[in-house]
Design a protein around this ligand. Sequence first.
Ligand code: NAD
Length: 476
Amino acid sequence: MTHTEVAEPHTAGLLDEITVAAASGRAIPDAATGETIGHAPVHTVDDLNAAIDAARAAQPAWAALSHAERSRILHRAADEIEAHAEELAQIIAREQGKPLNGPGARFEAGGCAAWVRQAADTVLEPEVLFEAEGTRSELHYAPLGVVGAIGPWNWPALIAIWQIAPSLRMGNTVVTKPSEYTPLSVLAVAALLNRHLPPGVLTVVSGGRDVGEALAAHPGLDKIMFTGSTATGRRIVESSAHNLARLTLELGGNDAGIVLPGTDVPAIAQNLFWGIFINTGQTCAALKRLYVHDSLYDDVVQALAELAETTPMGPGTDEGSALGPLSTRQQFDVVSRLVEEARAAGARVVTGGKPAPELGAHFYRPTVVADITDGVGLVDEEQFGPVIPVIRYSDLEDAVARANASAQGLGASVWSADVDEALAVAARLEAGTVWINQHGTLNPQVPFGGVKGSGYGMEFGREGLKAVSAPKVITR
Ligand code: NAD
């Protein structure tokens, strides 16, 4: 493990703005060291009610602005994020733990600005549905009203922006509830937006699960954008029976990848590795089960193990780190348990398979597990950590059937030297996105969402704007 120069954290300005005195806040630990970064405000259900009242009051004036005016404001907010991207990245790297470099904290901070700009620039024109002599029907997209946004801890700032930016663009106001593990990243990015938004248009309620529950059930809401686990998603569906809030549910994933015979293993190795280990595996649409044809099995296992052994792991703020800690103790325990169960079931731990306590309490070595098959927790459940089970197959029909046997359906990937062959397999996989020779890459103009237990509704692009709008037909 190489530890090169440690970046000086320059978080003082933004961090001071979003944190509160120790006596009135909750200590938020650095994921790598456990040291307190700062204290997050502890908001209550009363604070939530006040935020929703303020959002309702602010919404008509915000909706009355033209699309061009809201777009100008959002671009100014994106400029603000870019101007403070390094401060934001440092907060993310410390709180969530992802390294600054590569597809890490600087990428997340830059993505926040990029997704705000994309929402600002996407246009949802009315569509002509029917036209005949003397009559014309058009479909318009009106704001819904107040959007409640509830997010997870793994890409806290970016996922908050995915929920907030399209909602604001369409003339909604937003109350957002970050994960209790990563409130600072969301408070920070929202503070930057709020330097340009009118009061009440965007409020962060930094509370626990009780506040999330109250938000999902609140009668003053028109829409819930939820990203998190499938279990919590089900609770939110139940809450929506009462307020009839529309839902976008981005839930858990257990993405399968299939490597076809004839694939050039050295050519795909880097993409394969980062499709699995991005954010140390704590990514909804990371590759979590890899099915490899018998003819390439040993080569793929070896290529992944070599990359796992040579990719530097360390604190997120260390410029040399490419992999970081697990964000929380709970996640560390999930990963450790799944590896131990796999080992007990006879699987072969090729590399890793143990914590790295010399780096910090939540570090777990990047792990490749071979000679394993379906029916073991590490294959059947979402591990959400730096561990990949590699499953051997000889019959493609069988691999496709096993990939589709999951209750989840967020992403999937096919790896092949023959794109036509890969496309034919992609058409048969049950997932919201299927990637070819890559996994988990996202584009703000290309819609993203899951099927089956991974939820419903799409984010990004025009589809994302439609999801935070009320369709309204005007006939004359
Ligand atoms: P989680 O479901 O435990 O928590 C998510 C959020 O929901 C938190 O803010 C939490 O406070 C809140 N919450 C908890 N109970 C609630 C309730 N009853 N009502 C309303 N809100 C409630 O998920 P997590 O552990 O923070 O995130 C990890 C999960 O998120 C993984 O399963 C991952 O795959 C998934 N995820 C999905 C996507 C996607 O786009 N599909 C993206 C990132 C993460």
